[in-house]
Design a protein around this ligand. Structure first.
Ligand SMILES: *Cc1c(COP(=O)(O)O)cnc(C)c1O
Length: 399
């Protein structure tokens, strides 16, 4: 099945060549139906939500709350109140790290891993500085898989939080998150899963994962930037304090003090990104109509084709050979800094990412400054892979 035709931007050229978009780990392109939903919202329904007593506000509110219900179904949450709108993964993790402040004792451990994106590292460092907790990172082995023995050693009765990525944005490693969550729960720790790279590459089921929090960004799953979702377990959310104060999140306000709404509104102060939520709702609808497993399998075939093709090009070294990989192929080329390789590929219309990919600790663990990263999505095809391989061969002749 080919869904390219749904994405208008894939028709354009780049540097005078047909665009080959392989930077999906950074952001995905948008299908026409998402663009139309945002356009429709601003042309016909724009109003502030939850407040006014008029028809426009009613329609805007209904659209936004429908997106919440679609989000609930997308991650298989038990209650729609467990779905909190955020600006994205980064904001979701910062939110959780903020509201857990009073739950963390000095000397307790916050366990992350060497594979984490900076947004699943720095918010925990800020929390550790506020509370006197320690950060421990589960090590990886040479192939880029988590060292599960090290995980077992680090997840102990002293662990307050386990915060782990579902799929690595640097190497594509699919982590055994359900197993790690189970280990963390067994010692009484809270658990957060960073799903930013996972949402288009596997079915998300927060009940099966049994995590306390799951975060992702709309823009990595065909929706707009500036909108994302934090799933949180309802009973836990309603025990935790708000993070930002303002309109919408309150129950009663006096000059001296306030009382707060329950989740989700407790964590949604101020006017939200309504158009973003509408676009995200349209993306959920779009995905729900696609044969996801077929598309995911096709993408895995493309990734395998890219991997074996790259390995045949002299001077190319694949970075990371995880047992289970989704979407991402990172590599280096002899005699070429990743940035130079990226420039040579860009001249051929191939859009991909070079550098540390917000994974500086991972890059230093691997002893490299960065990689060239091709990251695939459901609309890529064999032509994209073959153009990439031809492009890398050509680049090799310049290095
Ligand atoms: C992109 C990404 C993030 C950050 O997402 P934002 O949309 O920039 O907030 C976090 N973790 C992973 C694994 C990512 O790929």
């Amino acid at each position: 099945m080919n869904i390219r035709g749904d994405f208008p931007i894939l028709q354009r050229t780049s540097r005078g060549k047909p665009l080959v978009y392989l930077d999906n780990g950074a952001t995905t392109q948008k299908p026409q139906c998402v663009i139309d939903a945002i356009d429709d919202y601003y042309r016909l329904r724009n109003a502030n939500v939850h407040r006014a007593a008029h028809e426009l506000a009613e329609e805007a509110t209904a659209l936004m709350e429908a997106a919440r219900t679609k989000g609930q179904h997308f991650v298989n949450a038990t209650y729609r109140e467990e779905i909190i709108f955020t600006r994205g993964t980064t904001e979701g993790i910062n939110l959780v790290a903020q509201i857990l402040s009073q739950r963390i004792q000095p000397g307790q451990d916050i366990v992350i891993s060497q594979l984490e994106h900076h947004s699943n590292i720095v918010p925990w460092q800020l929390l550790a500085q506020r509370t006197g907790a320690n950060i421990l990172a589960i090590d990886i082995d040479e192939s880029g898989d988590l060292d599960l023995q090290d995980a077992a050693n680090k997840i102990t009765s002293n662990t307050a939080v386990l915060a782990i990525t579902h799929i690595s944005n640097g190497l594509g490693t699919i982590n055994p998150v359900a197993q790690l969550v189970q280990q963390a729960k067994a010692v009484g720790a809270l658990t957060l899963v960073d799903g930013a790279q996972a949402v288009l590459h596997c079915a998300i089921d927060v009940q099966a994962l049994d995590c306390d929090f799951y975060v992702f960004s709309g823009h990595k799953m065909f929706a707009p930037t500036g909108i994302g979702i934090l799933y949180g377990r309802l009973a836990l959310l309603n025990e935790l304090p708000p993070w930002q104060g303002g309109g919408e999140m309150i129950d009663q306000v006096s000059i001296e003090s306030s009382t707060y709404q329950n989740a989700p509104f407790r964590f949604e102060a101020g006017t939200p990104n309504i158009a973003g939520a509408v676009g995200l709702g349209a993306a959920f609808d779009y995905l729900s109509e696609l044969p996801m497993q077929t598309l995911i399998d096709d993408e895995a075939t493309l990734v395998a084709r890219a991997l074996s093709g790259l390995k045949q090009i002299p001077g190319v070294r694949i970075v990371g050979e995880p047992q289970q990989r989704a979407s991402v192929v990172s590599f280096l080329m002899d005699g070429g800094h990743p940035n130079d390789v990226g420039t040579l590929l860009d001249q051929q219309g191939i859009a991909l990412r070079t550098g540390h990919h917000c994974n500086m600790p991972l890059m230093s663990r691997l002893g490299i400054p960065g990689t060239v990263r091709a990251s695939f999505s459901l609309y890529n095809d064999e032509t994209d892979v073959d153009t990439l391989l031809a492009g890398v061969e050509k680049a090799a002749t310049f290095l």
